[in-house]
Design a protein. Structure first.
Length: 210
């Protein structure tokens, strides 16, 4: 729907030769256009203009059956509150909720084999037990925290009291920048607590928080 109809095609005048009287823009033509514009606005149906006579700030707007807008009487917070989110996430208490900004599950025996992930673009296999993680979307700074774990699919699990779990299943993190960091997996070998050896594990996971 158009509320304004143009009477004069002013662009055509540009192609006319100098001296052609039709090339001149007359006051009558300009006055006619302004009259058309004024007439167009005055012909707008005021019932179709979306104006709410009485409304509460930050309330949700809804449409009537005739297409007019109205105040719904409900605020945006009434739709879904923080308490609703906590309930859906099975989180109780007053402590805030912080979501992971990235996460990854990959096979360390094949460094580029991503099993499942979120906000991870790729893995660069640097060497045995050394991986560079490349994020899809960068974090705002390098003050993020990474919780990582590695394991192997074996049974029985080594005796926790033997010290083998402490020595052999270790993940070290080196933050490079806002979108890149490195994971190093391995541990001490042969009962030593000082000699670190790089190992590959079939299950390496991490979650990044900021």
């Amino acid at each position: 729907m158009s509320f304004y109809n143009k009477s004069t095609n002013f662009a055509v005048k540009d192609s006319l030769t100098t001296g052609d009287p039709n090339k001149i823009v007359s006051g009558v033509e300009i006055d006619t256009e302004f009259t058309n514009i004024a007439s167009g606005f005055s012909s707008v149906d005021s019932t179709k203009v979306d104006v709410v006579g009485s409304a509460v700030a930050d309330n949700i707007v809804t449409l009537t059956s005739s297409g007019a807008i109205q105040d719904s009487g409900s605020a945006i917070s009434d739709l879904y509150s923080t308490d609703d989110l906590k309930t859906d996430l099975n989180a109780s208490g007053d402590a805030p909720i912080y979501a992971a900004r990235a996460w990854l599950h990959f096979n360390g025996n094949n460094g580029s084999s991503i099993l499942s992930s979120g906000n991870v673009d790729s893995i660069t296999d640097l060497a045995v037990g050394k991986y560079q993680i490349n994020l899809t979307e960068a974090i705002e700074d390098t003050d993020y925290t990474i919780i990582a774990n590695c394991s192997r699919d074996i049974e029985p699990i080594p005796d926790p009291n033997s010290g083998e779990l402490d020595r052999a299943y270790q993940v070290h993190v080196a933050v490079i920048d806002e979108s890149t960091f490195k994971l190093f997996t391995g541990g001490a070998q042969g009962g030593s607590d000082t000699d670190f050896n790089f190992f590959e594990y079939p299950r390496i996971t991490f979650a990044l928080f900021r």
